[in-house]
Ligand binder design. Structure first.
Ligand SMILES: C[S@@+](CC[C@H](N)C(=O)[O-])C[C@H]1O[C@@H](n2cnc3c(N)ncnc32)[C@H](O)[C@@H]1O
Length: 340
């Protein structure tokens, strides 16, 4: 069963498993409905929890996740932003306007958006920055822009390789911003950063969905993070990735690196994280295609139970560094529960 949540296309997104995850959390004995969605990504799981009355703290290394969380988790009401959305949709793009997105992502070999849509997005993002509203309100509008761009791009959902030539009919669709429905539920909070360093407040449950292969989210979704921060960085490589996310670059931003992208460090990091989280229960999303074996996961202190869920592989799982070309059509997803 699928709960109705919103988000960009995202490798490993648990959009189809939200109901299973919430169901498990609801079955655990807790004093209050508080949960940390530690690797929140799109916030889809957090959205499902908020809808069910859970107070959610979200966190992620990705800068764009803060925007999604401000839209779905940390705000009470944002209907008043509709008038800004209408104005942003009506913005006139100056002729020959070449902003950061249009310059870097609207021509071969980085044809991610049509020139028209990229230039429009540049104008919209510049305008959002100039509005006299709070950071949180800006982040909500930025999410709306990112969702609109995700619908009209020339990719299969990752920014690590682009389709050669204008393959996707989506390219010819005009960029149009909308504002998703508000989610009713307790107001949560978001923390940007490394799960191994963040000082989380106590909660009853932590939901963990770390990366399970070498597919590095900071390189797979670098454009969303650049739009979130709008620092218009220098870019490099064939994909025009932010230079500070290129391994060999002198300006590499090491704060965005993570032990979960390496087989040698993923298991220790997982054990340390489970140990340090200030919660009673941990629900861990695990895949049989990841770096860590199921036996290893079962050996972690507090192992309580295991639920297996079969689900169809996503097209993105056969692309890029995390790909397994020999993988069967179905992979196994597990939800492993620990009691601390
Ligand atoms: C499998 S995805 C999570 C998907 C999410 N459950 C969803 O449904 O959208 C893993 C996430 O972990 C984040 N991440 C990787 N290393 C991290 C770390 N050390 N601390 C916090 N987040 C991290 C990535 O940026 C990515 O968003």
């Amino acid at each position: 069963m699928k709960s109705n949540t919103h988000g960009v296309r995202y490798l490993g997104s648990k959009s189809k498993l939200t109901s299973n995850i919430v169901e498990i959390a609801n079955s655990l004995t807790v004093n209050e409905k508080t949960i940390i969605d530690v690797f929140t990504g799109t916030t889809r799981v957090a959205q499902a929890f908020r809808k069910e009355g859970w107070k959610v703290t979200t966190s992620d290394l990705a800068w764009a996740s803060e925007c999604y969380s401000d839209l779905f988790i940390t705000s009470s009401s944002f209907k008043h932003l509709r008038k800004y959305i209408e104005d942003l949709n009506k913005l006139e793009v100056p002729k020959e306007h070449l902003g950061w997105l249009a310059k870097n992502y609207s021509s071969h070999p980085c044809l991610v958006w049509s020139r028209e849509n990229a230039a429009k997005a540049d104008c919209i993002r510049d305008n959002i920055e100039k509005l006299e509203i709070s950071r949180k309100e800006k982040n909500i509008l930025i999410s709306s822009l990112i969702f609109a761009l995700d619908k009209v791009d020339n990719t299969v959902g990752i920014q690590q390789a682009y389709l050669k030539g204008p393959k996707s009919p989506r390219l010819n669709t005009s960029l149009f911003l909308t504002l998703p429905e508000e989610i009713n539920g307790p107001i949560g909070k978001h923390i940007v950063g490394d799960a191994l360093l963040i000082e989380y407040e106590n909660a009853e449950i932590a939901y963990l969905d770390p990366p399970y292969t070498g597919a590095d989210y900071s390189t797979y979704y670098h454009i969303w993070d650049s739009i979130a921060r709008w620092d218009k960085p220098d870019v490099g490589l064939k994909t025009n990735r932010r230079k500070d996310r290129i391994k060999s670059s002198n300006s590499r931003d090491t704060s965005i690196s993570s032990p979960w992208y390496n087989k040698k460090t993923a298991y220790e990091a997982t054990k340390t994280l489970i140990e340090r989280l200030p919660v009673e229960w941990v629900i861990f999303s695990y895949s049989n295609e990841g770096f860590i074996s199921l036996e290893e996961m079962k050996q972690i202190n507090g192992f309580f139970s295991l639920k297996e869920i079969e689900h169809k592989r996503h097209v993105m799982s056969s692309i890029g560094a995390g790909a397994n070309p020999h993988a069967k059509q179905k992979n196994k997803e597990y939800l492993i529960i620990y009691k601390k």
